[in-house]
Design a protein around this ligand. Sequence first.
Ligand code: ZN
Length: 260
Amino acid sequence: MTLIDTHCHLDFPVLFKKHECLIENSINIGIRAIIIPAILAKRWDALINFTKKYPDFLYFALGLHPYFIAEHSQQDLMLLSGYLKQIKPIAIGEIGLDYYDNNLDKSKQHHFFEQQINIANMHQLPVIIHARKAHHDVIAILKKNNFKYGGVIHAFNGSFEQANEYMKLDFRFGVGGMITHPHAKHIRELAVNLPLESIVLETDAPDMPMYNQVTSYNSPENLLLIAQKLAKMRGISLEELGKQTTLNVVSTFKINIKAS
Ligand SMILES: [Zn+2]
């Protein structure tokens, strides 16, 4: 069986300090790869060096996360273009728009999101998108900039109409631990009804706690529980879910992993 965690912040201190053990456990339960999206320019070098230690298992995306918008500068965007001349991340991310927190400067977010979409277009890279209460504007910016390389909408919680818009733009949807929460009705409905070909798995560790989680942080090993839950909800085998979601990851990020 093959499972891929398409969104895990394994470089955050709470996970990084025990990453050797987490990676070993993850491999033992069938996790074949982990994708780590970036959040801040000052952490890119550490992230790149970390993934080098686990080739063909850890993959990185590079980008400027909207939640940390106050910390990004115009120079960071130039730096991103500079990095892309030398190294090839599997995607630009984590980028997007976050309207959930009113303290985040909206127009600065628009600027950074749009610039990074243009950079992704220029380098023919997919994107990993963080969007909270902002799908309308995210879709508008993708269309306005004629973005062609698709990607993943992380922790998607929009409408089915918005899902259709994203699918037309070659996007897939990250499904994670929220489906284990009985009250998360809409997310569970999406997870059951979106086409299997449009779904990828993610933990968002150390964030997005599982239902009844014992530890104070989420961990990549929970991907197996998420996959088991989703397979059961959709009435398919864990193997079938693992195989199709792996094919989806390979198709989105062009990484060379055999689905089994
Ligand atoms: Zn994230």
